[in-house]
Design a binder for this molecule. Structure first.
Ligand code: PLP
Ligand code: COI
Length: 363
């Protein structure tokens, strides 16, 4: 029930950052540390539906201490990137898929779903406003973070009657500190990420809050990411703390865990399945056991493994450690299949290769 002749009107505000300073920040942005000048906000209430959508200066929210999200965690988010094109323009990659996933996350968290068209309009409007913040360097992009949370002031445990939707943007380089050709994983035996019937397939803050103790254990063990096993048998590889996972075998085939409601349906995962099949490779969406992974890595039947996601793009996995496991994949570095798929994906996202699947949204 959104009514506005001009959705997301632009509230002109001076940049907090001078052009020269911005250029310096864009040269080495890291991940999620630098933010652009503006944000989208839009409110939902049962009485008015979605309303008051606008782009204004980025700033703090005043929150009543009894705001529902602070107590029961009713919050969802998305992660996507805007890319610089060779002609100086900008693109988004499959934003319709993020809009769909945001709606299904909202439904799982019993939140007011945001119409997909409003999600798309708001993301495009912010990227157009912040186009000077899209880095031009290879591998860099403008990370877009739409999110929504419960704003009703109440301590009753029930779905909020009011929500705030917001989008912020952050120029980013690679997620992992550059230098290492591959990351090391820690197999979590203590913790699981999501159980059948839970929120594993939704992109909600609570999933990440629940993963932090496992991630801290991984960090303490000298590993970059945690790999979660299924909650029922503690046997099947599900995904990493913030990315999906693929396995590559010596017959050239690929395998990735199936979407069964406990892992996030990654848009990168889906795109790589399509691109791998375009390259003539066989891809199976089938469960893979952690013990099998170790046996296959040791025998050489497994030649590569890699993580994938918006933030991680395609990141080779070199070593896997755990209380009951320890093995190195191939030579412990980047493999050719991961490199080929990463190049194919980045070439489409950056407008260097033909967009055969209609994935690019040019702005
Ligand atoms: N799995 C988890 C837990 C994630 O946080 C992400 C990142 O968004 C992914 C997988 C990959 O999803 P996508 O490729 O849509 O970014
Ligand atoms: C993303 O890739 O967008 C994520 O949300 C993952 C997170 C590790 C930043």
């Amino acid at each position: 029930s959104y009514q506005s002749a001009q959705p997301f009107p632009f509230e002109k505000s001076p940049s907090a950052v001078a052009a020269a300073e911005r250029e310096a920040l864009l040269r080495n942005p890291g991940f999620g540390r630098v933010f652009t000048d503006h944000m989208v906000t839009m409110r939902y209430s049962q009485e008015h539906g979605w309303h008051d959508g606008k782009i204004g200066p980025r700033g703090a929210f005043p929150l009543d201490p009894a705001t529902l999200v602070l107590h029961y965690g009713q919050e969802i988010f998305e992660g996507m990137k805007a890319y610089r094109l060779p002609d100086g323009g900008a693109s988004l990659f499959r934003p319709d898929a993020n809009a769909r996933r945001f709606r299904s996350s909202a439904e799982r968290l019993a939140m007011a779903p945001l119409p997909e068209e409003l999600f798309l309009q708001s993301v495009r409007a912010l990227v157009r406003t912040e186009r000077d913040w899209i880095p031009a360097a290879e591998g860099a992009s403008l990370y877009i973070r739409p999110f929504m949370f419960a704003t009703e002031v109440l301590l009753g445990v029930k779905p909020s009657a009011e929500y705030l939707y917001c989008i912020i943007a952050s120029p980013v380089g690679s997620y992992f500190k550059s230098g290492a050709p591959a990351v090391t994983l820690w197999v979590s035996e203590t913790y699981t990420r999501a159980a059948p019937g839970g929120t594993g397939a939704a992109k909600c803050g609570g999933n990440y809050a629940a993963s932090l103790a496992a991630q801290a254990e991984a960090t303490a063990e000298g590993c970059e990411q945690v790999v979660f096993l299924d909650a029922v048998e503690r046997r099947w590889v599900e995904e990493l703390g913030g990315m999906n996972v693929f396995f590559v075998f010596d017959d050239g085939s690929l395998q990735t865990p199936p979407l069964g409601g406990t892992i996030l349906p990654g848009i990168t995962r889906d795109s790589l399945i399509v691109l791998a099949r375009d390259l003539g490779l066989t891809v199976r969406e089938e469960p893979y056991a952690i013990d099998q992974w170790q046996a296959d890595a040791r025998s050489g039947r497994l030649t590569e493994a890699f993580a994938c996601g918006t933030a991680a793009v395609v990141t080779p996995i070199g070593t896997v450690k755990g209380r009951r496991h320890g093995f190195t994949i191939g030579e412990g570095g980047a493999g050719p299949v991961a490199a080929r798929l990463k190049a194919a994906l980045l070439d489409i996202q950056n407008g260097r290769a033909p967009d055969r699947h209609g994935w690019l949204d040019r702005l």
